[in-house]
Design a protein around this ligand. Structure first.
Ligand code: PHE
Ligand code: ZN
Length: 895
């Protein structure tokens, strides 16, 4: 084996402003990897990795030149080619690249040995330690931090992984695939395990884990009768908190068989929960690795919302086995191919096993709250971006949530049967391959014989389409004419847009509130209640209407758009009372409340008279009084638009203090007006029996806790007393957190007592203590910044733990509108300082949290100035990572 060599001419610090990677520059790889045999000898600070790659020239590539393998902070110890040491001038090794200068033009075997320090790896990419355990994270470009490799998703190889470790330190040794061998290393205290994954996969799906872990085991029999072992590994002692995740996994496996005909393919499926993780979870083949917050759930430690997201994320990662793993992405520009599609699949799963209308409302709330905001600011990008400087920054609401909406629109346009035929064709055509978005869409065009050329604009054009609908009723002709215009605002790099294909589901309500059947006069047909728009301006005439209908537009949120319509006074209240589309019934209440709030925000700033909430209160009273409605749905309908919702709708010259004041007044008015109905709901929704996390029970608790909160807004004295009692009596975390949330809004002894009690009760239980940090970060009062600052010095706080950072800092900057956006700029300054410090430890998490500034241009001038100053200060900080640099530069419009 040859010695280590460094080419002094090659410099490639990751901290430099990187050249963007462009979709148009895509070329197939020169070299393919048939098999990889890894041999990883775990050690806390000196882990040794031997890699044996069977390389072959790619027949689809131009004449292969050098073999160029990616690395990142690697130290090469040795390299051989077909077993022979390489001469020092035959290759160039740097921490981020290994180049074999004149390889033979035929298949050959390359062996490397590298060494790395998992304990020093605070970026949590590659091989690192989470507590005492060893774990890996490779998506998107982390495998290159483990060994030199063509670290791109279109290189798919069969992996065999041997792991060796000290028996006491790491009794459990896991990797992708099926277990092939295991045993002791004779004469030592070490042991080994060999795992073989027969399915070719890209390097980003590689994983290994070593540690002293507890496990729960189960099994699943697939639709063809194969028995699959299921194992969930957790920190010892937390085993019982994984039971819910195991149930969710089995539900997901069954659902994918039934809904998509997809069966699991290995003998074993494993999930490992780790406490240090940059993201939510990762779909590594056969060995999903999860942020433990998305696995562990128990009555005492998790809220209903936590149970809900555990189920959804377990399903999401499992569904990736087909959409992401069996069929992967050709390159990272195609990220939505796996993420948007898999989010769509997990949304459908949750809809089928919980409540479809409630799920749709929750998803649209999230889409508007995150994706619409992203789309309206400097970080806007298409669902399929065309360039990136740092791919980690593209795991965004646009790729995930808007990506899912685009798939949903395909289903709406084609109908369920043809959509399923398109999915089947996709699985058949591309199994085992790295595919593109174009290839995915072509499957639907082919299976349904439908032209999707214009539809592709959803992948290319960023921004949220704005629709204006003008409805005119002609009593003589019994016709309602809809004139619809669509506009797509400019976004960074895309000044001019073309019209989109918009499937708009619509309904016509008669005076009795029931849907009226209509006929579309000429033009495109109205299939399944959907008109399909394709032009900037279009007119549709609907006949057969004896009376003026009330229009219900974009039912079920059939397209991810913003919509305005020439409704008359009273129409929204009518829709809120009668719309047969439960999404639009909810939407009508939201639209009423938003309009009122926007007026009152303006009134707050300008001293104009404020408008009363009477019409909204009537609508809300009808909803809370309708005991036939699903309680979870009622809770969604009664929840006022958030401060973020209002800011987004206002759009420019935003003053968060005025928004907060208007919203607080409205909550108080609603709480007072509906006090007795809220109290009745509180009593009616209080379950006497044992706790269960199922959707129906959770829905009842959501209405109960909404009632607790709104009633307190109307009558703080009684509300605080009720919340304090609920806090003491709670037998589950949902009720405990909800009451603490109410108490946290009212400064006083009850609040501090409860907060102190909470810390004592759950001291040492990291996921619960995260809630304690989070709650204090979102208190909307001027003392909060000092409190947050003090909490960053709390012994339980650490910048190295992403969950803790997100709990405290993330919640402060994302969910505390008034205090992050303080008029004196102190919130921004605190964030800039904290992120500069965090960047040196974990650039990915810092970059993600820096997106809190993404709407800075929409702020009123004083705050806007302070925000710009903070962004510029971060931009000028020395040794900034590529990750943070990219976000800051794009936010400022300089990148
Ligand atoms: N691919 C993961 C998912 O299921 C997300 C992820 C991305 C995790 C990058 C880690 C790193 O959505
Ligand atoms: Zn995913």
């Amino acid at each position: 084996m040859a010695s280590f060599s460094i080419d002094p001419g090659v410099k490639s610090m990751r901290t430099e402003q990187a050249v963007p990677v462009r979709l148009v520059d895509y070329r197939p790889p020169d070299w393919l990897v048939e098999t990889v045999a890894l041999d990883v000898s775990l050690d806390p600070t000196r882990t040794r990795v031997r890699a044996r790659l069977k390389l072959k020239p790619n027949p689809q590539a131009a004449a292969p030149a050098a073999v160029v393998l990616d690395g990142d902070e690697l130290v090469l110890r040795a390299v051989t080619l077909d077993g022979e040491a390489l001469a020092a001038d035959a290759y160039v090794a740097t921490p981020d690249r290994l180049t074999i200068l004149q390889p033979p033009n035929r298949p050959f075997v390359l062996e490397t040995e590298t060494e790395l320090d998992p304990t020093a790896n605070t970026k949590l990419m590659g091989l690192y330690r989470s507590g005492k355990a060893y774990t890996t994270q490779c998506e998107a470009e982390g495998f290159r931090r483990i060994t030199y490799f063509p670290d791109r998703p279109d290189v798919m190889a069969v992996f065999t992984t041997r792991i060796e470790a000290d028996k006491a330190e790491a009794p459990v040794l896991l990797a992708n695939g099926n277990l092939a061998d295991a045993g002791d290393v004779l004469g030592t205290t070490r042991h080994y395990a060999v795992w073989h994954d027969p399915f070719p996969k890209p390097s980003y799906l590689f994983a290994l884990v070593g540690g002293a872990l507890g496990v729960i085991e189960d099994s699943f029999t697939t639709m063809s009768g194969r028995k699959v072992a299921l194992k969930i590994f957790v920190e010892p002692g937390k085993e019982s908190r994984a039971d819910y995740a195991m149930g969710a996994l089995k539900r997901a496996m069954r659902w994918d068989e039934q809904a998509f005909g997809r069966e699991y393919d290995l003998d074993i499926f494993m999930i490992v929960a780790v406490s240090y993780f940059n993201m939510g979870a990762m779909e590594n083949k056969g060995l999903n690795i999860f942020n433990d917050k998305n696995v562990l759930a128990s009555q005492e430690t998790a809220t209903d919302a936590d149970f809900n997201s555990v189920e959804a994320i377990i399903a999401h990662e499992y569904f990736h086995n087909w959409t992401g793993n069996r069929i992967t992405c050709r390159d990272w520009f195609q990220l939505c191919l796996k993420e948007g599609l898999t989010v769509f699949r997990d949304q459908e799963f949750s809809s089928d096993i919980r409540s479809r209308p409630v799920k749709r409302i929750a998803d649209v709330r999230a889409l508007r709250g995150h994706q619409f905001v992203e789309d309206a600011g400097p970080l806007a990008h298409p669902v399929r971006p065309e360039a990136y400087r740092e791919i980690s920054n593209f795991y965004t609401a646009t790729i995930y949530e808007k990506g899912a909406e685009v798939v949903r629109m395909l289903k709406t346009l084609l109908g369920p049967a043809k959509f399923r035929a398109g999915m089947d064709l996709y699985f058949e055509r591309h199994d085992g391959r790295a595919a593109t978005v174009d290839e995915f869409v072509a499957c639907f065009a082919d299976a349904a014989d439908y032209d999707l050329t214009q539809f592709m604009r959803w992948y290319r054009q960023a921004g949220t389409p704005e629709l204006a609908v003008e409805a005119n009723y002609d009593a003589g002709a019994k016709t309602c004419t809809l004139e619809i215009t669509q506009m797509l605002p400019p976004t960074p790099g895309q000044p001019v847009k073309e019209p989109m294909v918009i499937p708009l589901a619509i309904g016509f309500l008669g005076p009795d509130g029931r849907d009226r059947p209509v006929t579309l006069a000429g033009g495109p047909t109205l299939e399944r209640g959907v008109v399909t728009l394709t032009q900037a301006k279009q007119t549709f005439a609907f006949t057969g209407l004896d009376e003026r209908p009330v229009m219900s537009l974009n039912r079920g949120f059939s397209a991810p758009i913003k919509l305005t319509a020439n409704l008359r006074d009273g129409d929204l209240a009518f829709l809120a009372a009668h719309d047969s589309d439960s999404f639009n019934r909810w939407q009508a209440v939201q639209t009423l409340a938003t309009a009122l709030l926007i007026e009152n925000v303006a009134a707050h700033r300008g001293g104009a008279p404020k408008r009363g909430a009477d019409e909204l209160i009537v609508a809300l009273a009808a909803i809370i009084g309708d005991h036939g409605l699903d309680p979870a749905y009622v809770a969604q309908a009664m929840a006022m638009p958030t401060e973020g919702d209002i800011a987004r709708e206002i759009g420019t010259d935003v003053d968060p203090d005025a928004i907060f004041a208007a919203r607080r007044e409205l909550r108080a008015a609603v709480g007072r007006a509906l006090g007795s109905a809220l109290e009745a709901a509180y009593v009616r929704m209080t379950d006497k029996g044992p706790y269960s996390p199922d959707a129906a029970s959770a829905g009842r608790r959501s209405l109960k806790n909404l009632a607790l909160d709104l009633a307190a807004a109307g009558d703080p004295g009684a509300g605080v007393a009720r919340a304090a009692k609920q806090y003491r009596d709670a037998d589950n975390m949902t009720d405990r957190m909800a009451s603490l949330g109410v108490l946290s809004l009212y400064a006083g002894p009850e609040r501090q007592e409860a907060l102190d009690d909470f810390y004592r009760r759950y001291d040492g239980d990291a996921l619960v203590i995260d809630k304690w940090f989070a709650l204090q970060a979102v208190i909307p009062e001027p003392e909060t910044l000092d409190r947050v600052r003090a909490l960053t010095a709390h012994p339980a706080f650490s910048l190295a733990n992403p969950n803790r950072v997100r709990a405290l800092v993330g919640n402060f900057v994302q969910a505390n509108q008034t205090q992050f956006n303080r008029a004196d700029g102190a919130g921004y300054a605190f964030h800039a300082d904290t992120m500069i410090a965090l960047d040196a430890i974990n650039p990915q998490v810092a970059a993600r949290l820096m997106t809190a500034f993404r709407s800075w241009r929409a702020l009123e001038p004083v705050r806007r100035g302070h925000a710009e100053e903070a962004l510029k200060r971060v931009a000028a900080a020395p040794n900034l990572s590529r990750d943070v640099n990219d976000i800051v530069a794009r936010s400022l419009g300089t990148g």
